[in-house]
Design a protein around this ligand. Structure first.
Ligand SMILES: O=C(O)c1ccccc1NCC(=O)[C@H](O)[C@H](O)COP(=O)(O)O
Length: 220
């Protein structure tokens, strides 16, 4: 069934104020700033992320991606960057959401679920029950010796993602290997609140205006 709502767009792996301005000008609802990660191409320094956050006007959301899992380290990361949303790319203890809420009441919490199989449905619903404001379904693999926590350029099992969207009481973003060719199909299959894209709108690592325009046209 066709959704009556506009699919929100998060442009991730923003690596400069110029990329942020381009993404906003072309219609991004949210920007993603990737903090220190065990692997992946999109990492930026905290100082640069903070600079982008300061230059980003409302109502654009700034998502700070963190691989930290201890509450105090997540809080310290947020204080360095100042983003209005924390994207937790790894699993955290159940009590972490309440601790973060207490310390950072104005900051929204988005939990990434790396979709591998049906078991991820329970993981997603537990994150919501524990306090996540939104979910983001991605294609990493946290079980590897060197964890993959995003930026893989791979598509995952959208049937599992569809089940998560259908049962989630909070908004769900879909990520992982999206591009202009598969984005419409992704929306129809998964029916997410928003799409998150990194490599599919880049050329040689840089945000590519033409690829982003083509992507946005494909889903409008
Ligand atoms: O890009 C990275 O290096 C990265 C590493 C670890 C976690 C997240 C990372 N990227 C940010 C994202 O969340 C991506 O937008 C998401 O994984 C989708 O990426 P892609 O498949 O390239 O569109």
């Amino acid at each position: 069934m066709e959704s009556q709502f506009r699919t929100r767009i998060k442009i991730c792996c923003i690596s400069s104020p110029e990329e942020a301005r381009l993404a906003i000008r072309l219609g991004a609802d949210a920007l993603g700033l990737v903090g220190r990660m065990p692997s992946g191409p999109g990492v930026v320094a905290d100082e640069l992320a903070a600079q982008v956050v300061r230059a980003t006007p409302p109502p654009i959301a700034t998502f700070m991606l963190t691989s930290e899992t201890r509450t105090e380290d997540i809080i310290a990361h947020q204080r360095r960057v100042g983003a209005n949303t924390i994207q937790l790319v790894d699993a955290v203890l159940p009590e972490t959401y309440a601790q973060l809420r207490l310390a950072l009441p104005a900051v929204k919490l988005v939990q990434v679920i790396h979709v591998i199989d049906e078991k991820n449905l329970a993981e997603a619903l537990a994150a919501v029950a524990n306090g996540a404001d939104a979910l983001l379904l991605d294609s990493g693999n946290p079980n590897l010796a060197i964890k993959e926590l995003g930026g893989t350029g791979r598509v995952h099992n959208w049937q599992v993602s569809r089940q998560i969207v259908a049962q989630s009481p909070v908004p769900v973003f879909l990520a992982g290997g999206l591009n202009a060719e598969n984005a419409r199909q992704a929306i129809e299959t998964v029916q997410p609140f928003g799409l998150d894209i990194c490599s599919g709108v880049r050329t040689n690592g840089h945000l590519d205006a033409r690829r982003l325009e083509t992507f946005l046209r494909a889903i409008s």
